[in-house]
Write a protein that binds this ligand. Structure first.
Ligand SMILES: Cc1cc2nc3c(=O)[nH]c(=O)nc-3n(C[C@H](O)[C@H](O)[C@H](O)COP(=O)(O)OP(=O)(O)OC[C@H]3O[C@@H](n4cnc5c(N)ncnc54)[C@H](O)[C@@H]3O)c2cc1C
Length: 371
């Protein structure tokens, strides 16, 4: 996006990519259909140590701008849910579109170009094994650490360190959580069971599906909350949305039995999870206070994860180049003129739902307009 905008403005642009092709992450995104933006994108959908930083770029390149580009290329798309736009056919449509725009803008692309060295002299010199590039400005768009097997590297952070820039500790985001060993032995044989929950952590909450996995928890609710979780805090999970399962016992004619409670619980939870929950959390007595404890636990299952599934499984990298170092308008480093950082390598991390791409497009556009 940055190369396209700079190219359109008559700049000579070289895109240097160490993989054998561009945009591998686009191809695997959104289950192969690329959730390329979100209709309801605002700065509140992003995590950053400066929550206001993303406002300027997001305002100057909106979902409507990207949709206009998609429509110009006659790419069919649909809204899946909650404003999330996906390709009807394949993520390849988005990649082809960006490559075609690059060609039209006269951008040169160099693939299989691993960078060995970046030097600042008059401008910037970038050396790969076979080439040397000289330019007055250098834009780092090398993404985060997620999914190393398709080419993620620490390159962007290394360049930032080389120039003495501050970095907010990168950590896996939108990532499945691993349960502690006790909870793993209690729940993980239910792998595959899923239910709608509210997952919350430190005042942030998401109402979506949760999935039990072989090692812990996943599903959209957990991926979302994982970006806000840091050890040693805990995560609260409401397993009984809006329901009060012990309410039936207010009627004195209903016998206070496990069978009655089980049957209520199965109205809101998958049968296997309901059975397991009762096995592990049955009320200690049938007194009102015990029933109230039971109800409370069901609405606030406290999970202390042992960790996350790490960068191998994380959809995004939270943290990154400290936004204090960058101009919010152009993405240029305040202390290192001519050096820009855009996209996921910056400490701006989107929630699940097309926000990370919208940030990549918007921050790329902001820099492309400034070069
Ligand atoms: C499985 C998966 C699914 C996703 N689905 C979605 C989705 O549907 N919607 C959404 O909004 N977000 C999604 N994301 C997140 C989104 O893909 C990223 O946030 C986005 O691609 C970031 O764009 P970027 O340009 O900053 O970095 P990237 O897309 O990661 O691109 C960085 C590029 O730099 C190259 N590179 C890295 N190091 C070097 C180096 N040393 N030298 C030269 N080149 C280098 C890489 O090969 C890569 O091509 C998904 C992520 C994953 C992992």
């Amino acid at each position: 996006m940055c190369a396209i905008e700079a190219g359109k403005r008559g700049r000579r642009v070289a895109v240097i990519e160490h993989a054998d092709r561009l945009g591998k992450k686009i191809l695997i995104s959104g289950g192969g259909r690329c959730n390329f933006t979100n209709l309801y994108c605002t700065h509140e959908n992003f995590i950053s140590s400066n929550p206001h930083f993303s406002k300027s770029a997001l305002a100057r390149y909106t979902p409507a701008d990207f949709i206009a580009l998609v429509e110009k290329h006659h790419i069919p798309y649909h809204e899946k849910t909650l404003g999330q736009l996906f390709c009807d056919r394949s993520a390849r449509d988005i990649l082809n579109m960006l490559q075609e725009e690059c060609r039209t803008a006269g951008v040169s692309v160099f693939v299989n170009s691993g960078i060995r060295e970046v030097v600042r002299s008059e401008g910037y010199v970038v050396r790969s094994a076979s080439d040397e590039f000289h330019a007055p400005v250098l834009v780092i768009a090398t993404g985060g650490l997620s999914i190393p097997k398709i080419g993620a590297t620490s390159f962007g952070y290394d360049v930032a360190r080389q120039f003495g820039l501050k970095i907010c500790e990168p950590r896996p985001g939108l990532v499945p959580l691993v349960l502690n060993s006790q909870d793993r032995s209690r729940y993980c044989d239910l792998a595959g069971v899923s239910t709608e929950v509210i997952a919350s952590c430190g005042g942030t909450r998401f109402r979506e599906k949760m999935l039990i996995t072989h090692r812990g928890l996943s599903g959209p609710a957990i991926l979302q909350i994982s970006s806000y979780w840091k050890e040693p805090s805990s995560i609260q999970i409401d397993l009984a949305l809006g329901a009060e399962v012990t309410a039936i016992f207010r009627d004195s004619k209903t016998p206070r039995t496990l069978a009655a409670l089980r049957s209520e619980l199965k109205k809101i939870l998958p049968a296997r999870l309901a059975d397991r929950w009762l096995e592990l959390n049955a009320p200690s007595s049938w007194a009102n206070s015990s029933l109230s404890d039971f109800e409370q636990r069901l609405h606030a299952w406290t999970v202390n994860p042992a960790g996350t599934e790490g960068f191998e499984k994380a959809e995004v990298t939270a943290g990154g180049i400290d936004t204090d170092e960058l101009s919010a308008k152009t993405m240029e480093c305040k202390r290192v003129p001519g050096l820009y950082f855009i996209g996921e390598v910056v400490d701006v991390t989107g929630q699940l739902g097309g926000f990370n791409f919208q940030w990549a497009w918007a921050s790329g556009f902001a820099a492309g307009r400034a070069l």
